[in-house]
Design a protein around this ligand. Structure first.
Ligand SMILES: [Cu+2]
Length: 460
């Protein structure tokens, strides 16, 4: 961020002829020098951006992301977004050629305060035209970013300026409204938070944000297939899959908000373990307290934003994931037939002589997380995460809310795996096996009395 250009343009403004000073003149001075386009190289979760100027607010934490710094120019917050090809690490071991903003996909989170005047410079470094739609905002029609309807597209190499007042506090997204199917399939999107003017309004201790997105990248490839309509194979949060998605570290008894926006082409029932939450925010703003009910899963439809809140009372490592089982899996194997009950070891051996990479789903039900199989380069195992007790058999849209005592207020580092107190972990039963008792067989019992059938014990 450069304060000198800010000072310079202000001086020029003050020295100008009084006659020339009008709203237009101010805007032109503001646009005369582009704010620095800050770029992020890391896919790691960055520390919250404490506002250096302007109205105070409590910043959010973007999972595997960051917030964009601004410069203040005559009371206007100026941001610079650069639409460009980026290389995004989806998880350690896999990188994707995506399109995004300022070095990453998704783009940086933009944080402003209700009532702020905001000016966003958008430079197009893509090979085709683009635009930015500020999803959910109240703004002048010409700032809505719909190519052909409210503005011409931003041609490659050009910079357009969007300017409006952030009128409503809440959770928003931004994405192109130009060649949408391609540009969103390539990862062009970002989060926008308008904080309430009163920083104590609905104050929480931790405020996490992430976008639901999805890609179709063939095993061994790095560039998404942009014509896929529904059959995506990488289900991501902020263009990351588990185990590449960072955990959400939380201090015990913190009030926690998690804001989720869905820019995939299907709905995602987001499920939290160990706590009940309420939906405190929707697309249209904050929900009234009387309208809230407790739940442990909430479905987030295409194009929607949700803010959920809960008190993190329970210590531990609590799974947070999409409840569609195939959304917690990575690429590979979506078309593998069910082989439960089929012993195919001899068959697989014979096929492997002909096709070395041939893989079969296990006859015990899969356990693909632990299957050792040759993978093409730049390809993640289907369910790759491992935890303190072995394979998690999860990939995709999965992370862990790590509730800990004695975590510092602003500490977002991974505290490691939870060490459960002795005697509180599910354990193997080692007693003497009893005969099983079955329910009465209706055909056998004509008098209505229960008929006990004793199952033969397994020979040990
Ligand atoms: Cu899902």
């Amino acid at each position: 961020m450069s304060n000198s250009s800010n000072t310079l343009s202000r001086r020029a403004f003050l020295q100008g002829s009084a006659l020339a000073v009008g709203a237009t003149a101010v805007t032109r001075i503001g646009a005369a020098s582009l704010p620095e386009a800050v770029t992020q190289n890391s896919a790691g979760t960055q520390a919250p951006l404490t506002p250096p100027n302007g109205r105070p607010y409590h910043p959010v934490v973007t999972l595997n992301g960051w917030s964009l710094p601004w410069r203040m120019n005559n009371g206007v917050k100026e941001f610079h977004l650069v639409a460009e090809p980026v290389v995004r690490e989806i998880a350690p071991g896999m990188k994707a050629n995506l399109w995004g903003y300022n070095g990453q996909s998704p783009g940086p989170t933009i944080e402003v305060v209700e009532g702020d005047r905001v000016r966003i410079f958008v430079t197009n470094k893509l090979p085709e035209q683009t635009s930015v739609h500020w999803h959910g905002q109240r703004l002048p029609n010409g700032m809505d970013g719909v190519t052909g309807l409210t503005q011409p597209g931003i041609p490659p190499g050009k910079t357009f300026v969007y300017e409006f007042t952030a009128r409503r506090a809440g959770t928003f997204m931004y994405h192109p409204h130009a060649d949408e199917m391609v540009q969103m399939a390539m990862g062009m999107m970002g989060f926008w938070i308008t904080h309430p003017k009163d920083p104590n309004f609905m104050r929480v201790d931790r405020d996490f944000v992430f976008l639901l997105n999805a890609y179709d990248i063939d095993p061994g490839a790095a560039t998404p297939k942009v014509n896929t309509m529904l059959d995506f194979n990488l289900w991501t949060w902020n263009s990351r899959v588990f185990p590449g998605i960072d955990p959400l570290p939380v201090r015990q008894n913190d009030r926690v908000r998690i804001r989720v926006g869905n820019l995939t082409m299907t709905n995602h029932p987001i499920h939290l373990h160990g706590h009940e939450f309420v939906v405190t925010g929707t697309d249209g703003g904050w929900t009234s307290p009387a309208s809230r009910w407790p739940e442990v899963s909430t479905d987030i439809a295409v194009g929607q934003m949700r803010a959920i809140e809960f008190d993190a009372t329970e210590e531990g490592d609590w799974a947070l994931h999409c409840h569609k089982a195939h959304h917690t899996m990575n690429a590979m194997g979506h078309n593998v037939p069910t082989m439960i009950g089929v012993d195919q070891r001899d068959l697989a051996k014979k096929i492997n002589k002909l096709i070395p990479d041939y893989m079969v789903m296990g006859d015990k039900g899969g356990s693909m997380g632990e299957m050792e199989m040759p993978l093409p380069d730049n390809t993640l195992p289907m369910m790759g995460g491992s935890g303190p007790y072995g394979s998690l058999e999860m990939g995709g849209m999965f992370s862990v809310v790590k509730v800990r005592k004695n975590l510092a207020r602003d500490d977002y580092r991974d505290p490691g795996w939870y060490k459960a107190p002795p005697g509180t972990v599910a354990y193997e039963w080692r007693g003497t096996e009893q005969p099983s008792t079955f329910a009465p067989d209706k055909k056998a019992g004509t008098d209505g009395n229960a008929v006990n059938v004793t199952r033969r014990n397994h020979p040990h």
